[in-house]
Design a protein around this ligand. Structure first.
Ligand code: AHM
Ligand code: MG
Length: 342
């Protein structure tokens, strides 16, 4: 049996990089995750369900648990002293720690503290999604310019899913590993080693209610999914939870594709690049899958704003490649009009 903490230390030693800072940071993520897990589990009892009465930067009502989760992560990361700044879905601006931590900590964490929060009241799995970036230079307080102009490198992508069991899944670019939380002793235990997504699955996940507004390439892909062809597992089956992490996690384990496309009204779709799409894209690629905006790799999209959105096509390699091929065939105009210069 190996715990999350033991695993991270082993990894750091393996790469001759054992200052312990990254291990401590991941440990802090785990601590906050455990607290949020407790709050999510007790939500119905603790009277923390429902709206907070405030609105976040996306103009969406914040649930109490969104706010609680955001505060827990900020607190744990500040106390842990390894994180210089936080980019959160719940904060309009970068949260820059002051003093020595803000100047000298090497890492910046971007996160959606509680994704899929519209599912809280209905006992559907929700999750925390995070990307960890390493600063190229320390010794000064973090600036927005540093984040948007190549001053940081992606070093980790991951999520914590609060489901029938709670799991942390992450990658640092050397494969994907999953850790299941054992609530009886309060530790994450390595349960899913070197996770791989199959090249071809048979699940497609998309909010088909928006069909009318989808680009032609996406409409063709949906029709393709529904055709009868046993050789390619078709017709596929639809599974859409409406909680990115739950849909992604299931497709990672079973094989499948998740799509949140752009539409003419919202060409960049709904999901956020820095703290939703980049982490899952890093995981998908490390698991042998693919992640694109329909035309290009998610991990190649330049970060221009911290709350930037992007369409997302992610999952089993062959399925994403097919969707991309249909986008190229039928939605070149969409690309030229809305995406070329993004
Ligand atoms: P959120 O960050 O406000 O929770 O929104 C993101 C969520 C994703 O988890 C999910 O896949 C998607 O929004 C569902 O959106 P829709 O209801 O439009 O299908
Ligand atoms: Mg979200």
């Amino acid at each position: 049996m190996k715990t999350l903490v033991e695993f991270i230390w082993e990894q750091q030693e393996k790469y001759g990089n054992a200052t312990g800072e990254f291990s401590r940071l991941m440990n802090d993520m785990g601590i906050a995750g455990k607290i949020v897990n407790r709050d999510v589990n007790r939500a119905g009892l603790a009277e923390i369900l429902g709206y907070e009465g405030t609105v976040n930067v996306q103009g969406e009502s914040q649930k109490k648990l969104d706010v609680i989760a955001n505060n827990e992560f900020i607190k744990a990361l500040r106390n842990g002293r390894q994180c210089a700044a936080i980019i959160s879905e719940e904060n309009e601006d970068v949260v820059i720690f002051d003093g020595n931590i803000g100047m000298n900590a090497k890492y910046i964490v971007a996160l959606d503290p509680l994704d899929g929060s519209s599912n809280i009241e209905v006992n559907v799995p929700i999750g925390t999604i995070f990307a960890i970036y390493k600063r190229k230079e320390t010794g000064k307080l973090v600036t927005l310019d540093e984040i948007l102009n190549g001053g940081i490198d992606l070093v980790c992508g991951g999520y914590i899913i609060y489901g029938s069991s709670t799991m942390m899944v992450y990658t640092t670019g050397d494969g994907v590993n999953g850790f299941t939380y054992d609530p009886t002793c309060g530790i994450f235990i390595l349960s899913h080693e070197n996770m791989k997504i199959s090249d071809l699955g048979n699940i497609y996940s998309i909010n088909e209610a928006n069909y009318l507004y989808f680009p032609e390439g996406v409409k063709h892909y949906i029709k393709y999914c529904q055709e009868d062809d046993p050789g390619t597992n078709r017709p596929y089956t639809t599974r859409y939870i409406g909680s990115l992490i739950s849909d992604f996690h299931r497709n990672l384990l079973r094989g499948g594709i998740y799509i949140y496309p752009g539409t003419k009204k919202n060409p960049q779709g709904k999901l956020r690049l820095m703290y939703e799409c980049i982490p899952v894209a890093f995981l998908a690629e490390q698991a042998g899958g693919k992640a694109s905006d329909g035309f290009k790799r998610i991990l190649d999209i330049p970060i221009k704003e911290i709350h930037q959105r992007t369409p997302l096509f992610i999952g089993s390699r062959i399925m994403v490649e097919k969707a991309e091929a249909l986008m190229a065939e039928y939605s070149q105009d969409f690309y030229e009009t809305f995406m070329k210069d993004k």
